[in-house]
Design a protein around this ligand. Sequence first.
Ligand code: PLP
Length: 427
Amino acid sequence: MTAVLETPVCTDDALAAALAVTPLAEVVGAEETVPTVSGAQVRYANFDYAASAPALAFVAAAVTKALGQYASVHRGAGHLSQVTTARYERARETVRRFVGGRADDTVVFTRNTTDAINLAAHALPADGEVVVLDIEHHANLLPWQRTGRARTVVARPTLDATLDALEAELASAPAALLAVTAASNVTGEVLPIRRLTALAHRHGARILIDGAQLVAHRPVSLASSGVDYLVFSGHKVYAPFGAGVLIGRPDWLDAAEPYLAGGGATAHVELTETTWHTGAARHEAGSPNVLGAVAIAAAAEAITGLGFELIGYHEHDLLSRLDAGLAALPGITPLRIFEAPDDVPNGAVADRVGIAGFAVAGRAAREVAEYLSDHHGIGVRDGKFCAHPLLSRLGHGDGAVRVSFGLGTGSDDVDRLLAALAQLTGA
Ligand code: PLP
């Protein structure tokens, strides 16, 4: 789905009602109120989904159920231990289905995306080099930087030119891996996974997709796209903090030293020697975060149940409304990595998930975020979004504002945000 800036902000009440978008799913805490400087309590408007999305009510129910039948995982013979173990292993299969994993892909539960990419970097074959873009979240830069084998390509003003630059880099010297985000956490712009995968494979490299900002918003299929590794975090897919996923080809993972040394990863232990498991267990030493895995699986089921078509429409409608509203305000500069393609008329922009990064003329990003929170009970993100190289290159090294939303957001929230920004900017 392509986000096109063609829906005007509605000033006619009847038309506004007709175009209203209600939240697509129930999220926990949707009715939470917060204090404002005027002394009022107002419903919290959460525009920080890209950092951490609220948990779905469906997810909370699944976690509550699992908690009620909670016992040790993996080694207990008791009935509830078996129930808990089965639940944990089922979660792995649910995740595999959710992202179209191949039957032999390893599904490792990690702490989050950062942890998953660190594990991937740990499993990178010795001497294998990695190509990354400069637009990445630090989670997809620093683990590679630390290997000393990362080659960075500066993204070009258009997507096509960026792909050409990546192609040239991969052609210039062999690389083991291309590690790239599927959607920018700064601008929401979506990168073409299939084209990137074909490009990497053409040059004998594998591809790791940072799906942290994508998997809750767009369908992904490892099997049909050929993506080798995918990582994401539970707390960005409507599950609570604490668990993430690395899914992908088993060989590098099985050849790597266990990520953590400890119980659960071992097949046989003597005082001086240990034989390690292969598969997910090899990299999941210690008691796993069963509830985190259950939560991710429940979120995957809920998202699948809603369907990406509906989710796409919902987010597209809200993004159109938001973009048009922001464009109508004075002094707001949107952040974009890529220019609008020449062949799409009327200022259409690249496909985006529900993220808008922008700067407000004459205002520090922190001032804007504090104003929205203190005066209007609206939560947005400000700063450099753990993407310092990108923010600097885009000329916003002092930071910017980021608004992001999802299933629990309605058009009244967007209108509230726009009205608050209008007050701030004197529109
Ligand atoms: N990658 C992207 C694109 C992100 O947006 C984020 C978090 O914002 C991360 C990685 C890191 O996720 P986590 O903090 O859950 O490890």
